[in-house]
Design a protein around this ligand. Structure first.
Ligand code: TXA
Ligand code: MG
Length: 346
């Protein structure tokens, strides 16, 4: 029975599993991660195998305290300006859902960074995650706990459904706080730029370190090794059903058929859509069986992000062949939601 309610005892068990080279799934404030000792190449290889993840897609290394940063990052390679930016960002956003790309220490195995000279590192804010990291090796590599390309897990049940037969332990800390992955920010190569939009919005980062470089579209085809962020492949985070993301105007005129599902950003949009349905259909010819979800009734973007993967997991039922999803407003966390929607379109 791999799902264990998270507490001091089960955290110790999971830490022991990681120390002996095993893999344990655990909650963070963003999504559930698959944890392995970042300095154990065999354990890292196991992560790639379990996730069926291409080896060119590097992992995020998680630390439990700021003073562990130098174990994985060669801080001497940073110039003064970058060092200042690093200090300002960690002061403001750590612990929390910001992943930084920095020059790696030689001792970090190539498997963790896919041979790149840089390492992705983050200090999570969820206290139980830090407790687990501190009790295991202090440095835990953890990708999201989903098979490569699938929806990210925001609950222990998601992990169990997708990887239950492959991991020894799943620590259950309930649904995650943010529901989306961390923001990946490169502050080492050239001008700082976001490689993956996530829980920390661009605007908040720019308020601390000034303007970021435009993230060029990273619609890299699978297998392109020259990618700036090798994990940013176009098709990613996808449900089993095909997904189409649309703006409200297009959603309103999308023909309703059986076996489709709708994901609305807010309650007002859903109401507009229902009104339109009532106008254009015989009320008795009900599409009652339609699966419909709303990310946030009031249009609260933080709440919408928290419900995003959960809603897609729920809509992605075997009988559903297509999910129509409404784009979020393109600001703050909305950018991260829209990024996942774009990538979920196959
Ligand atoms: O919220 C999160 O970040 C979650 C939780 C578990 O912490 N983890 C996560 O890991 O989302 P993963 O492996 O699913 O995504 C890691 C992302 C990938 O897009 C990868 O390409 C990028 O980070 N990445 C890792 N190392 C990199 C590097 N050295 N340079 C550029 N991108 C890197
Ligand atoms: Mg992932």
């Amino acid at each position: 029975m791999p799902i264990l309610k998270i507490n001091d005892e089960t955290i110790r068990q999971a830490a022991a599993c990681i120390v002996k080279g095993g893999i344990a799934a655990f909650p963070t404030e963003t999504v559930y991660g698959l944890g392995a000792d970042a300095f154990n190449p065999d354990a890292l290889a196991l992560i790639f195998e379990i996730k069926n993840r291409p080896r060119f897609d590097p992992l995020i290394v998680h630390i439990a305290a700021l003073n562990s940063l130098e174990k994985v990052v060669d801080l001497y390679l940073l110039d003064n300006d970058t060092r200042k930016k690093l200090d300002a960002l960690t002061e403001k956003f750590w612990p929390g859902p910001l992943t930084l790309i920095l020059p790696k220490q030689q001792s970090v195995p190539d498997l963790a960074t896919s041979g790149l000279p840089t390492v992705a590192v983050r200090l999570p804010s969820l206290a139980t995650a830090r407790q687990l990291i501190a009790l295991s090796s202090g440095v835990v590599a953890a990708p999201s706990a989903n098979p490569f390309g699938c929806l990210s897990p925001t609950s222990a049940e998601h992990v169990f459904a997708m990887l239950g037969d492959k991991v020894e332990i799943i620590l259950d800390g309930g649904p995650t706080q943010f529901g989306l992955e961390s923001t990946v920010l490169d502050i080492y190569n050239k001008q700082p730029r976001i490689l993956r939009p996530g829980c920390v919005p661009k605007e908040a980062i720019e308020a601390i370190i000034g303007p970021l470089a435009e993230s060029q579209e990273l619609n890299v085809s699978d297998g392109d090794q020259g990618a700036l962020s090798p994990g940013m492949m176009k098709s990613h985070y996808a449900p089993r059903a095909s997904l189409e993301a649309l703006d409200l105007e297009t959603l309103l005129i999308t023909p309703v058929e059986d076996n489709i599902a709708f994901l609305f950003f807010d309650g007002a949009s859903r109401e507009k859509w229902q009104k339109k349905q009532r106008q254009s259909h015989d009320p008795h010819e009900a599409h009652k069986l339609l699966s419909i979800k709303v990310l946030s009734k009031t249009g609260n973007i933080t709440e919408a992000a928290a419900h995003f993967f959960q809603s897609l997991h729920e809509l992605d039922k075997p009988e559903i062949t297509r999910i129509y999803a409404q784009f979020a407003p393109e600001e703050g966390l909305g950018r991260a939601i829209n990024d996942r929607l774009q990538r979920a379109m196959k």
